[in-house]
Design a protein around this ligand. Structure first.
Ligand SMILES: [Zn+2]
Length: 338
């Protein structure tokens, strides 16, 4: 327990709280700016298990704010979940880390939710957040929302049955609009959001849920603005995710969008409906013999066609870079996969 001694000295956690933390399993969806910070804090804090899920791979433009990743990860295009796992195991080899390289959908999440104690938001889009929100309410698991763009950040802890959910909040608060694509982001914004997310995680995981923040917090670090909003009254009895006649609409959606323009980049993701795994080695051979230059690693293939870079993952997805046009992306995808 020596490695956790300073955390145990902190009276609100103590030995009892540490024992609780060491039995807990947190699921972090999205291992980008937010997820790399919260996963590092929880690995260092000594949780039993972390499940980390991400659909993307490491790029140079991530290194400015995404802890855990190195230049080598970016050069090798290592999937974020695998790169994070590698680093987290170096930090704390006692923590069990499950890395999943995939686009999270209802079926995937419901298949792994059984012993999860906490859901943490590391995503960059509201579609996936609504999925987490529904999952939290269906399985009665606390969900820590976080979001940041530019110098502006927000955080809120959702306790099913007590607080309003993300759907309730969205009807009253202007949460959407800007993306890191349009206004960029600075690292301290990430650190402030994840400080809020991580302390809430420590409260929940150490058995101190009564200490959870009851207000919705938002701030602008550059403008020195800090707002703490009472959110309890925003709970909507008719809400389909947390209300009296809930249907969990986002979990039911068969598989959400097949083609998505990704936040922060000129990139379109294509996910085939069948979700058949790709045989990367066979594809690489086929494309090489057709004259294409093919790169990649054990998890993905990278190919350039007519000046556009396309990256294929084992699970059948592809990222088409250099475009925001879904139709154009789909055309290039089908020209390579058939
Ligand atoms: Zn609700």
């Amino acid at each position: 327990m020596e490695r956790y001694s300073r955390q145990i000295l902190f009276k609100k956690i103590g030995e009892a709280g540490q024992k609780e933390i060491s039995k807990k399993h947190a699921l972090i969806l999205g291992i980008g700016a937010l997820g790399t910070h919260t996963s590092e804090t929880l690995a260092r804090a000594g949780v039993k298990k972390l499940t980390i899920i991400d659909r993307d791979y490491v790029e140079m433009s991530n290194l400015q704010r995404q802890h855990l990743f190195t230049e080598e990860d970016a050069v090798k295009k290592w999937p974020k979940a695998e790169a994070a796992k590698k680093r987290l195991q170096q930090i704390n080899s006692e923590v069990e880390i499950e890395a999943i390289v995939a686009q999270a959908d209802g079926a995937l999440l419901e298949g792994i939710i059984e012993d999860v104690d906490l859901l943490i938001d590391g995503t960059d889009n509201f579609e996936t957040r609504f999925l987490l929100n529904d999952l939290a309410h269906k399985y009665h698991i606390p969900y820590i929302f976080g979001s940041c763009v530019g110098s502006f950040g927000m955080a809120f802890t959702i306790i099913p049955g007590e607080t309003p959910c993300l759907q309730c909040l969205l009807k009253k608060l202007p949460l959407q609009g800007q993306t890191c694509d349009t206004v960029g982001i600075i690292a301290p914004t990430v650190q402030m959001v994840t400080a809020h997310q991580s302390v809430e995680a420590l409260k929940v995981l150490s058995g101190n849920s009564e200490a959870v923040r009851k207000t919705f917090v938002s701030f602008d670090l550059w403008e020195n603005e800090y707002v703490s909003l009472k959110a309890g009254a925003l709970k909507d009895k008719a809400c389909l995710s947390c209300g009296e006649e809930r249907t969990y609409p986002f979990l039911q959606a068969e598989s959400n969008t097949k083609v998505a323009v990704l936040c922060g980049r000129d990139t379109v993701q294509i996910r085939p409906a069948e979700g058949e795994p790709l045989l990367l080695e066979q594809l690489a051979d086929r494309w090489r013999s057709a004259g294409y230059e093919v790169g990649g690693n054990a998890f993905l293939l990278s190919i350039v066609k007519e000046g556009t870079r396309i990256v294929f993952f084992k699970d059948g997805r592809a990222l088409v870079h250099g475009t925001k046009n879904p139709d154009e992306a789909r055309k290039i995808y089908h020209s390579l996969i058939g």
